[in-house]
Design a protein around this ligand. Structure first.
Ligand SMILES: Cc1cc2nc3c(=O)[nH]c(=O)nc-3n(C[C@H](O)[C@H](O)[C@H](O)COP(=O)(O)OP(=O)(O)OC[C@H]3O[C@@H](n4cnc5c(N)ncnc54)[C@H](O)[C@@H]3O)c2cc1C
Length: 432
């Protein structure tokens, strides 16, 4: 008999947010504690929106801050190898502009990043980056988000629950006492010993819910202010091109990141990322149920830059399928700077306990940092709860109707992704 949805779910650790961060942390804890990994099906998952380029920091501007990126990418490379996962289908490159040649490779040496000179891929022959010097960036890792997330979920499926947070309750302004979650129209209280927010762009909205429950008016006001300044949500465009004849190339070319993966059926998909325009970045809570608008001028600019870099892609545009979407990318508030040129990369990840006990909010900022942030978080939780959990999970999340997790799938490889012919895509986005 399936349990009644109105029953309480007592759990050692409740993790709100089932992206890479939540999954990584749940895996670290699940052998010692009862864990519930809650995902709101209505909220977009940044992990599966991403292109699957785990950067080791070659595009960074500061050797000290490249170190964590390098370490994290090294972890995921080893992890992919040891789990025999499909990864690094393309060699990764950085095409260095002539005016950067005296500084960039030197920065890589200072940061102990491995590189060696390579040929510019033929697909860029005769284009705007022909005078760039190309280097292979072998510390970078390419791995499809679906491959990564499904492997992280292996063995912890029973921890996964799909539902929306209705209310977060605090009895005495010290800790979260319970969380009301709606599953298929029924509200169920979850009573955790430790609560973690790993909802990325959803974190600020959840923090606001917590702040508004504080009884002390001073702390309540401070809490709302902290929630507002807790995260920056950037807008990032992904121009996707699909074709049987697309070469497998990936890397940093002319300020753009290009990531290539093979997808079902053997086609290759290129995901082309123009640089982020931070005039569209917002601070604080964002409503993740809504799609980010696509601006046709930005799309035309990205297509123009791609064609300038690769006259071959322009000539063969009719052979490919095209689509574009714009997504949120949640980062440390320092990334909210208006002028991206002044923003160092990569942004540091963030852990905040919001002045509460047995509670923390996590922002990895980049997929790869989920392991660094997750390890620190797991240590703090173990210090707080002791070596073994107290609660044998009263009910397993997987016992609930409709709780079974669906396999994760990257947006650009999902069936029903809006692929368009070149002519239709051009008309959709008013491209001359
Ligand atoms: C377009 C794009 C490209 C990127 N490219 C790269 C890259 O190449 N390399 C890299 O390292 N990083 C990249 N990133 C960043 C990276 O994807 C994110 O930093 C990372 O995926 C964040 O993981 P997360 O688990 O914190 O958040 P998410 O993956 O967003 O997971 C958050 C989870 O919380 C859930 N949720 C949200 N709100 C609520 C709520 N109220 N209640 C319950 N659940 C909720 C969501 O449904 C989701 O399951 C990219 C991001 C984007 C958007």
């Amino acid at each position: 008999m399936p349990p009644e949805l109105s029953d309480d779910l007592a759990v050692d650790v409740l993790i709100i947010g089932g992206g890479i961060q939540g999954h990584y942390l749940a895996r670290q804890l699940a052998d010692r504690y009862s864990v519930c990994l809650l995902t709101d099906p209505a909220a977009r998952v940044e992990t599966t929106e991403a292109e699957g380029y785990l950067s080791a920091g070659y595009e960074g501007n500061d050797a000290n801050r490249i170190q964590p990126a390098r370490r994290a990418a090294g972890y995921w490379k080893l992890w992919a190898e040891s789990h025999e996962l499909r990864h690094d289908e393309a060699r990764t490159h950085y095409a260095v502009a002539p005016d950067e040649l005296s500084t960039r490779p030197r920065l890589w040496s200072d940061a102990s990043l491995v590189y060696r000179e390579a040929e510019l891929p033929g697909v860029f022959s005769g284009g705007s980056i022909s005078d760039h010097v190309t280097f292979e960036t072998s510390n970078d890792v390419l791995i499809s988000p679906s491959v990564l997330l499904n492997e992280l979920r292996r063995g912890i499926e029973h921890c996964c629950l799909r539902g929306s947070v209705i209310k977060i309750s605090l009895n005495n302004d010290k800790a979260v006492d319970w969380v009301d979650v709606e599953i298929d129209g029924v509200t169920i209280p979850i009573v955790p010993r430790y609560t973690v927010l790993a909802a990325s762009g959803g974190n600020a909205g959840l923090l606001q819910k917590v702040a508004l429950r504080l009884r002390d008016p001073v702390r309540r006001k401070e809490g709302v202010d902290v929630a507002k300044a807790s995260q920056a949500v950037r807008r990032r465009y992904l121009l996707c091109v699909r074709g049987a004849d697309l070469p497998l190339v990936a890397g940093h070319y002319g300020g753009y990141t290009i990531t290539a993966h093979t997808v079902d059926g053997g086609d290759v998909v290129w995901i082309v990322n123009p640089p982020i325009d931070d005039t569209l970045t917002t601070l604080g809570a964002d409503d993740l149920r809504f799609e980010v608008n696509v601006d046709d001028k930005v799309v035309a600019g990205a297509v123009g830059a791609l064609f300038a870099m690769s006259p071959q892609i322009e000539r063969e545009a009719h052979h490919f399928q095209w689509h574009v979407y714009a997504r949120r990318k949640t980062e440390h508030p320092m990334m909210a700077a208006r002028n991206t040129a002044k923003v160092g990369q990569p942004a540091p990840a963030k852990i905040d306990n919001f002045g509460l006990e047995q509670f923390m909010a996590l922002w990895p900022s980049h997929s790869s940092y989920a392991m660094i942030v997750g390890d620190v978080a797991a240590e703090r939780i173990a210090e707080s709860l002791g070596p073994k959990g107290d609660f044998g999970l009263a009910l397993s999340p997987a016992e609930f109707a409709h709780a079974e997790p669906e396999p994760a799938i990257a947006r650009w490889e999902a069936p029903g992704f809006g692929w368009r012919s070149w002519d239709a895509f051009r008309a959709d986005h008013s491209i001359d």
